[in-house]
Design a protein. Structure first.
Length: 481
C-alpha cells in the first residue's frame, strides 16, 4: 500500500513497503518533475518537489495544471492506487491529490477564488477612494509570462527611474518576473490593490475583470504585434456583442504603441481608437534583436554555436485550442540537419503537450520569444506577427501555410496581400517547404521584397525603441523618476 502526504517544502511524499519503484514523477503538459527515491530494504520513500527549473532559469513553483503521478516498477509489479489528499495551500501554490492526479493552482485563498469573493475584492479595491502610487502595473499575455514589450519597457524603466515601484501581473508564481519587480497573482487581494493603485498600466492585450480606469490612471497599450490577420472590428462577420466589447476595451486605453505606421492605421481603425495618441516608436521587444547576442540564448537551450537552428512559430487558430500539427517536426529536423525549435502561440501554452523527438525542442514555455528569434538562423511561420519582428535580424523567413485559403477566406482574413508581399517563399506542403529550405538561390530571389518589407515595417526597430518609449513616459509625467 502506498501512502501519501504533502510536506512543508512544498513537496509530495510517497512511501511504501516492498520493492521500491524504478521511477516516480509528476508529468504535466509543460513540466515534468522526477522524485528522489530512497530505501532499499523493507520500505521506500519518494519525495517530489512541487517546483521546477527550465532553460537554466531559477527553480520556481510548478505551473498551474493537472499532473499525473506516475510510479514505475521493474518486472511485473503493478503501480498501486494513490490515496486522496485534501487541498493544501503554501505561500507559493496550492495542490490536491485525486485519483492519481495532482491538481496545482495559484496561492489564492479559497475564500476569494469564487465569483462572490472576486466581487468583494473589486468593491474593496476598485471602488473605494485611495491614493495612486508612483508605480507601474505590467501585464503580458494575460499574466502567462513576463515578456514582450512590457518586459522591455520594464528593463529600461528600472534603469531610468529606479524609485518607481513595478508590479507584474502573473497567473501563478511559476512566472518569473524581472529583478526588483513585485509579482502579484491575478485575482488575489494584492493584485486587485496593485492594479487599482498604480499610476501607469503597461499591457499588451485586453484588460479583464471589469477594469475601470481611476482618475489619474494612464493605460499604455503596447499590443503584441503588427497585425496581418484581421482584428477586432475588422474580423469577418458582424457580431454586435463583439463590437461592443471592442469599443469598451479600447476606451480603457490612453495611449497605443505601434511598431510602424501601417500597424498604427490598422489598430486605430480596428479598435476605433480615435482622438488619442499613438506612439510609432518601433517595438521595445525587438531591441534585443539589434543589440543582443545569440550565444547565451543557445547555451540556455543546450544548442551549440555551430548548429543550424530553425524556429517554427505558427500562430493560434480560432477553431482549435492547441498548436497546429501540419508539420512533421522530426522529419523536418532529419531532412534539414537542423535543430528545430517549435514555439506555440501564448494562447496554446495551456493546451497540449510539449513536442518531442530527435533534434526537436519545444520552446512554447520559454519565457520570451525575442530570445528565440535572436538564436534562430531561419524562421518558419504562417500568419504570426513574428514575421514582422524576425526581419529586424535580416535572416531568412519561410512561410508554411497549408490552410491559407481557409484562414484568409473564412477564419480571419488578411489586412494585406501576403502572397504578393511576403519577404520569403510560401509553401503549402512539407515537400515544398523542404525544397525551399534547401534552395539557397531562392532566398536571394526575395532580396528586394525583403528590403521593401523592412523599409515598411522595421524602420523604427533600431535597438532604441524602449529608450524612446520610456523617455516619453517620463517626459509626460506618467510616473515620477
Amino acid at each position: 500500500m502506498i501512502e501519501a502526504r504533502f510536506t512543508p517544502h512544498p513537496a509530495l511524499e510517497l512511501t511504501g513497503r516492498g520493492e521500491r519503484p524504478r521511477r516516480v514523477e509528476l508529468r504535466g503538459p509543460r513540466a515534468r518533475v522526477q522524485g528522489r527515491i530512497t530505501g532499499r530494504g523493507k520500505t521506500w520513500r519518494a519525495v517530489i518537489p512541487l517546483e521546477a527549473a527550465r532553460w537554466e532559469g531559477p527553480t520556481l513553483p510548478l505551473p498551474s495544471g493537472d499532473y499525473l503521478v506516475e510510479t514505475a516498477f521493474d518486472g511485473d509489479a503493478a503501480a498501486e492506487e494513490l490515496p486522496a489528499l485534501a487541498l493544501t495551500q503554501w505561500p507559493s501554490l496550492r495542490a490536491e491529490l485525486r485519483d492519481g492526479v495532482l491538481r496545482v493552482g495559484p496561492p489564492i485563498d479559497p475564500a476569494y477564488d469564487s465569483g462572490e469573493g472576486q466581487d468583494a475584492l473589486e468593491r474593496r479595491y476598485a471602488t473605494r477612494p485611495q491614493g495612486l502610487e508612483n508605480a507601474v502595473f505590467f501585464e503580458s499575455f494575460y499574466g502567462r509570462s513576463a515578456s514582450c514589450n512590457p518586459r522591455a519597457i520594464d528593463r529600461e524603466l528600472a534603469q531610468r527611474a529606479p524609485n518607481v515601484l513595478r508590479y507584474w501581473s502573473v497567473v501563478d508564481l511559476s512566472v518569473q518576473v524581472p529583478d526588483g519587480a513585485v509579482a502579484v497573482v491575478e485575482g488575489s487581494p494584492e493584485w486587485w490593490r496593485a492594479r487599482g493603485a498604480a499610476r501607469l498600466l503597461v499591457v499588451n492585450d485586453w484588460l479583464r475583470r471589469r477594469f475601470s480606469r481611476r482618475p489619474g490612471q494612464i493605460v499604455l497599450q503596447t499590443w503584441h504585434g503588427t497585425p496581418l490577420k484581421r482584428l477586432a472590428l475588422h474580423r469577418p462577420g458582424f457580431d454586435p456583442r463583439r463590437a461592443l466589447a471592442v469599443l469598451k476595451e479600447s476606451r480603457r486605453w490612453n495611449v497605443l504603441l505601434a511598431q510602424n505606421p501601417y500597424a498604427a492605421r490598422v489598430l486605430r481603425s480596428a479598435y476605433a481608437f480615435r482622438r488619442r495618441p499613438i506612439w510609432i516608436e518601433g517595438y521595445p521587444r525587438n531591441d534585443v534583436l539589434v543589440t543582443g547576442e545569440a550565444g547565451p540564448v543557445r547555451r540556455r537551450l543546450g544548442i551549440a554555436d555551430d548548429e543550424r537552428v530553425i524556429l517554427y512559430a505558427p500562430t493560434w487558430r480560432d477553431d482549435r485550442a492547441d498548436i497546429v500539427d501540419f508539420l512533421d517536426l522530426e522529419r523536418l529536423a532529419s531532412v534539414t540537419g537542423a535543430i528545430v525549435l517549435v514555439r506555440g502561440h501564448s494562447r496554446t501554452l495551456a493546451a497540449g503537450d510539449d513536442a518531442e523527438g530527435p533534434r526537436v525542442v519545444d520552446v512554447t514555455s520559454y519565457p520570451d520569444v525575442s530570445d528565440l528569434l535572436l538564436a534562430a538562423d531561419v524562421l518558419i511561420t504562417d500568419y504570426s506577427s513574428v514575421m514582422f519582428d524576425f526581419t529586424v535580424t535580416g535572416k531568412p523567413v519561410f512561410f508554411f501555410a497549408p490552410d491559407i485559403d481557409h484562414y484568409r477566406g473564412e477564419l480571419r482574413g488578411f489586412s494585406f496581400d501576403l502572397l504578393a508581399e511576403a519577404p520569403g517563399p510560401i509553401s503549402v506542403t512539407q515537400d515544398e517547404l523542404e525544397a525551399h529550405l534547401a534552395d539557397d538561390d531562392l532566398v536571394d530571389g526575395f532580396a528586394e521584397r525583403y528590403r521593401a518589407w523592412r523599409r515598411r515595417f522595421n524602420a523604427r526597430d533600431d535597438g532604441a525603441a524602449a529608450q524612446r518609449v520610456v523617455a516619453r513616459i517620463l517626459d509626460q509625467g506618467f510616473v515620477d523618476r
